[in-house]
Design a protein around this ligand. Structure first.
Ligand SMILES: [Fe+2]
Length: 159
């Protein structure tokens, strides 16, 4: 077979695969929209930093997204204490189409640390040690690839 026929055969085979791929996109897009309607129902989620309307009573999409901060309420100045951050009251899922890609921790406006996640074998939780000199609001900010930015906070008093 000459190279002209070989080229034509290869071209046709690639065209068939490309067509099959395009045909498969329709059902995939429909399945995605069906499984993740929140981004369509609440497009404003992507245009702001989201916070719980009532942190003591999370509702709807807040349940899986508002970062929860576990730490003592009072600490001693200059003494390290443990802080755990978990994304959601119900831990957010970590699958390739829907996951938390990073979490930041601040003391007031001061950036403390960041964890970068992938949806492969990780969970949106981390622990770190913090040392405060004065009372501060710990703030955790996370990013969900579908539902955008979410912030949770906790006041810690230095005594
Ligand atoms: Fe999400």
């Amino acid at each position: 077979m000459d190279s002209k026929h070989s080229y034509r055969r290869e071209f046709l085979a690639k065209g068939l695969w490309a067509t099959a791929g395009l045909l498969a996109l329709g059902p995939l897009k429909a399945a995605f929209a069906e499984n993740y309607p929140a981004s369509k129902a609440e497009p404003d989620l992507l245009a702001r930093v989201n916070r719980a309307k009532d942190p003591e009573n999370l509702q709807g999409v807040e349940v899986g997204h508002v970062p929860q901060i576990k730490s003592p309420r009072t600490v001693k100045a200059g003494e390290p204490f443990e802080v755990e951050v978990m994304v959601g009251q119900k831990l957010h899922e970590m699958i390739p189409v829907h996951y938390i890609d990073w979490i930041d921790l601040y003391a007031g406006e001061l950036f403390l640390t960041k964890i970068i996640l992938t949806p492969h074998l990780t969970q949106p939780v981390f622990k770190t040690m913090v040392v405060l000199k004065t009372s501060a609001v710990l703030r955790a900010v996370e990013h969900c690839n579908i539902h955008g930015l979410w912030e949770g906070s906790k006041q810690v008093e230095v005594v």
